[in-house]
Design a protein around this ligand. Structure first.
Ligand code: COA
Ligand code: AMP
Length: 630
């Protein structure tokens, strides 16, 4: 069946479609019912069914005779090492770690925070939690102690698994002091921590609280997989919202496994046993879905890459990895390709490697600019497929499904809706707009299996953030349009979220940090266009009356403060002091207009502005720090 028939089959009988797909994974209690809509608009998939995610990702392949197949390939240019772990070895390692956790009292429903670099143990930690029904919450290593503390307080983990350090090009990031500071700041204290000591920078352990990973697992008894309800969370993943309080996206186990399995065959067009590489980080949803769970559930070999597209050691690293491991499908963010293109505009380094195994490149995480798409297509000679999704959905809302036969999609569009998703573009009153007209992009409820079931401990926030603006729909927070052929175009966010190098960040969270500086009376942060990272944050600071400290000094302190509180991943480098902020008469800061000025785009004088002259002051301030950029 091609895309159109498959989509029509889903639309004709959504529950039958997902019940049939459910048969592709293993259950201890198979689902008899697809959807529970009794609490609509909150839905649950596969009520009454039971399964285990780790069984589906690991054990069942061993049981099927594929124990010798490579499950994980750890390729780490930053440590100069490559290692491989078979499915049988993975089962042994995961079962033992799970046994060690269980022996310390970690069980079904307990939370476990994971703060680790891109090493196989990070994947093993996730799977070990899933094995015993514990709920993991991975925190990206580029976040600072405060962000980790906020997540610890929200998830209230029984224990934390961490690496002693991460290795960034040119510097070692010592994770352990960040972990210690986070635990000191958080009100909730974990019972214990398990620290993976990396030879580059072993950490000091806190007596009575911290265990060395190797000792921790050494004497442990392996444990089998514990069946859990399909509706039990397999993980919580925090993502940026409008404020400094991140949203804990809850992923139910059963629908997650079913949807990811479907996506591997039908969207990515791979076969079990092939090598799949998502060049992302386990701290992001792309890492959860396509470094860990989807490739393993589907029986592929997955590449865990600890490096960067450039600088480890050069812009040819991706091609070397594809060649060395015979990668079939690569998935990364457009920013990675912009970085490569900037260093090797002619793509000369591609020619030095045999990348004939590569069948397709998938891009997501941010808008794929047509220049980058065209460059990749011309240099790689394989389909380059943009697809659009978010932490909340866990897998693609729209794509061009390689496994179902590609459909025509112009550059600038991430494709057509996947089965499970009915996309609606709505005006502020919730009425559908005609094709070609911009509006808020919403998805008709219910969301498909694999999408979030809620926010951790925050049902009211879940309803308010996603379900209340457009009754009967999920609000994506993205704006865009559909064309006559039903292809979607995603143009911008409708909230205070920006996208920096494929990383989703909250300008509201940065404003909260800036506002805490003693000399700052008022502030605003916008996302300005950046040729490499897509967007970068720019801060505007209004100082307290009577403050006569040098502006440059205050700006420096503010930049340092964001790095210290949120982390280097925020890439907050530019801020400027202004006398006042442009506002509407009702006091709303005109961030959208400021962003347009920063990007050098045409903008209209907002009718509701209280004093139009302020926008000239903003343009002059931006010019002082080099915006608009070339
Ligand atoms: N642990 C600790 N620090 C980290 C980190 C981690 N896991 N990941 C990134 N950082 C730090 C970086 O060292 C950098 O710090 P610096 O300010 O001291 O230089 C900062 O966070 C910003 O990192 P990054 O966004 O990686 O920017 P960069 O300028 O170092 O590299 C790219 C730019 C484009 C090469 C890089 O962003 C990249 O590889 N992107 C790929 C996209 C991707 O993986 N997206 C995930 C979603 S699919
Ligand atoms: P995250 O939850 O971190 O995956 O970020 C999701 C957001 O990134 C989406 O809501 C979009 O704003 C943006 N995004 C992801 N993929 C795409 C894409 N292919 N095109 C445009 N924007 C995208």
């Amino acid at each position: 069946m091609g895309y159109r028939e498959t989509y029509a089959a889903w639309k004709a009988d959504p529950e039958g479609f997902w019940l049939r797909e459910a048969a592709r994974i293993d259950w201890t209690v198979p689902p008899r019912q697809a959807l529970d809509g009794t609490r609509a608009p909150i839905y649950h998939w596969y009520p009454g069914a039971e399964m285990n995610t780790c069984w589906n990702a690991v054990d069942r392949h061993v049981e099927a005779g594929h124990g010798g197949r490579i499950a994980l390939i750890h390729d780490s240019p930053v440590t100069g090492s490559i290692s491989r772990i078979t499915y049988a070895e993975l089962r042994e390692r995961v079962a033992r770690l799970a046994g060690a956790l269980a022996a310390r009292g970690v069980g079904r429903g307990d939370r476990v925070v994971i703060y680790m670099p891109m090493v196989p143990e990070a994947v093993e930690a996730m799977l070990a939690c899933a094995r015993i029904g514990a709920i993991h919450s991975v925190v990206f290593g580029g976040f600072a102690a405060h962000e980790l503390a906020v997540r610890i307080d929200d998830a209230r983990p029984k224990c934390i698994l961490a690496g002693s350090c991460g290795i960034e090009p040119g510097r070692i990031v010592r994770y352990k002091p960040l972990l210690d500071a986070a635990i000191a700041e958080a009100s909730h204290k974990p019972d214990f921590c398990v620290i993976l000591q990396r030879p580059k920078e072993p950490a000091e352990l806190v007596e009575g609280r911290d265990h060395d990973w190797r000792d921790f697992v050494a004497g442990a008894e392996p444990v089998p997989c514990l069946p859990v309800a399909a509706t039990d969370p397999v993980y919580i993943l925090y993502t940026s919202g409008t404020t400094g309080q991140p949203k804990g996206v809850v992923r139910p186990a059963g629908g997650h496994a079913v949807a990811l399995h479907w996506s591997m065959e039908n969207i990515y067009g791979v076969k079990p046993g092939e090598v799949f590489w998502a060049a992302s980080d386990v701290g992001w949803v792309v890492g959860h879905s396509y470094i860990v769970y989807a490739p393993l559930i589907y029986g592929c070999s997955t590449v865990v890459f600890e490096g960067k597209p450039v600088g480890t050691p050069d812009a040819g690293t991706y091609w070397r990895v594809i060649q060395d491991h015979r990668v079939s499908v690569l998935f990364t963010a457009p920013t990675a390709f912009r970085a490569i293109k900037r260093e090797d505009p002619e793509g000369r380094l591609i020619g030095r490697h045999d990348i004939s195994s590569l069948r397709a490149l998938f891009l997501a995480g941010e808008r794929a600019d047509p220049d980058t798409l065209a460059w990749a297509e011309a240099r790689l000679g394989v389909p380059v497929i943009d697809h659009w999704w978010q932490t909340e959905t866990g897998w693609a809302i729209a794509a061009n499904p390689l496994g179902l036969g590609l459909v025509p999609v112009p550059h600038g569009s991430p494709g057509v809706p996947m089965p499970g998703y009915e996309i609606a573009v709505l005006d502020p009153q919730g009425r559908p707009v005609p094709p070609g007209h911009l509006g808020a992009i919403a998805i008709r409820l219910p969301l498909p299996p694999g999408a979030l079931s809620g926010l951790w401990g925050a049902e009211e926030r879940f309803r308010r953030s996603y379900l209340s603006s457009f009754p009967g729909h999920y609000e994506t927070g993205d704006a865009g349009y559909l064309d006559e052929e039903g292809r979607v175009f995603v143009m911008a966010r409708t909230d205070d979220v920006i996208n920096v190098a494929g990383h989703r960040l909250s300008t509201g969270a940065m404003e909260e940090v800036l506002a805490s500086h003693p000399d700052v009376a008022e502030c605003a942060v916008i996302g300005a266009r950046d040729p490499l990272k897509g967007q970068v944050p720019v801060g505007f600071l209004c100082l307290n009356a009577g403050c006569n400290r040098p502006e440059a000094e205050i700006v420096r302190e503010c930049v340092a403060l964001v790095r210290e509180r949120i982390g280097p991943v925020a890439a907050f480098r530019d801020a400027v002091v202004v006398a006042r902020l442009p506002k509407t008469r009702s006091g709303k800061v005109l961030r959208g207009t400021m962003a347009k000025i920063a990007d050098g785009e045409a903008w209209k004088m907002p009718a509701t502005i209280d004093d139009p002259a302020i926008l000239d002051e903003i343009a002059a301030a931006l010019a002082r720090i080099g915006y608009p950029r070339a």
